[in-house]
Design a protein around this ligand. Structure first.
Ligand SMILES: C[S@@+](CC[C@H](N)C(=O)[O-])C[C@H]1O[C@@H](n2cnc3c(N)ncnc32)[C@H](O)[C@@H]1O
Length: 286
């Protein structure tokens, strides 16, 4: 007599499908890819140390990293010298948590204790006792403030949060390619990184940008990150920083590698080359 077939013992006529192999995309972590493709925290802190020392005659010891994301730069700053401490501000708790779980363990315990990643809006006034030598706003994150008044308010808060001889360091990009939709890709170790400016509104200068990752097995992580910003020009940024109370603003232009690219060396400049795209460092002295 055949066994009574219940749901649990029905004989399957077809073999179970072979387990699909996980794609590289499904096994990858978007924050890890971002850090590898976009950031060079050692070069960032080298630049800050060098120019802060030239401006003030001393090395910075207290960093406030605005829009810190995973706090990668804060970790590098704390790791540099035993007297260094860093506080990173961001409003995205999962990203801060990722940094706490993945970046903090990579630096020595003594340095780890000198890094704080805080869920805080950068517009929030900071108590006077916690003033920083350097406030850093990297990867154009401050372009989230699309109204001029809001940007000046942000720069005022930064100015207030700095010590007497404190310096704000920020970056900006520009060039005529910035004023149209465009996309650029470059190979990284194990994946391709794509920056896409999907739209640009010439009336408001608002743009919608995405970061995509693609892998050698054909899998992809489309729109791993998305940003809605207003693109500001260098004269606008300078004027807003001065209006917010900074006494001196310097633009650092990148040198040429002789093959149409940058050489990674940024020097103070008052004239730049009229090129399709560029990235600059900016310092604003209190
Ligand atoms: C482009 S990521 C920057 C990551 C990092 N600073 C870097 O250099 O790569 C922008 C970050 O800004 C954060 N953010 C946006 N608005 C903010 C605000 N008002 N205050 C603090 N963080 C903010 C987002 O959560 C996001 O993590």
């Amino acid at each position: 007599m055949p066994a009574k077939q219940t749901k649990g013992n029905v004989k399957k006529s077809r073999p179970a499908p072979a387990r699909r192999r996980a794609t590289i995309a499904s096994r990858s972590d978007r924050h890890d890819l971002y850090q590898r493709a976009v950031q060079d925290v050692k070069a960032e802190i080298d630049f800050i140390d060098k120019w802060f020392k030239r401006i003030t005659g001393r090395l910075p010891a207290r960093l406030r990293e605005d829009f810190c994301g995973t706090g990668n730069t804060s970790c590098e700053f704390a790791r540099r010298r035993p007297g260094n401490s860093a506080v990173g501000f961001d409003i995205d708790q999962p990203t801060l948590d990722w940094g706490t779980q993945n970046n903090l363990p990579k630096i020595p315990e003594s340095a780890r204790m000198r890094v704080k990643l805080v869920n805080c809006n950068v517009l929030t006034p900071v108590p006077a006792g916690r003033r920083a030598d350097v406030v850093l706003a990297c990867n154009f994150s401050y372009w989230i403030f699309k109204e001029r008044d809001l940007m000046v308010r942000y720069f005022r808060e930064v100015h207030r949060s700095l010590v007497k001889d404190g310096v704000m360091f920020l970056d900006a990009c520009g060039g005529w390619e910035t004023f149209k939709a465009h996309r650029e890709s470059r190979p990284e170790r194990g994946f391709t990184y794509t920056w896409q400016q999907a739209s640009f509104n010439p009336i408001t200068h608002e743009c919608q940008c995405y970061i995509h990752f693609k892998f050698k097995d054909g899998s992809a992580m489309p729109r791993a990150f998305s940003y809605n910003w207003r693109i500001y020009s260098l004269p606008e940024i300078r004027e807003m920083l001065l209006e917010a109370g900074f006494r001196h603003v310097t633009i650092y232009w990148e040198g040429d590698d002789g093959q149409g690219g940058g050489n990674g060396i940024f020097l103070p400049a008052t004239t730049g080359e009229d090129c399709p795209s560029f990235i600059v460092w900016i310092s604003a002295e209190k």
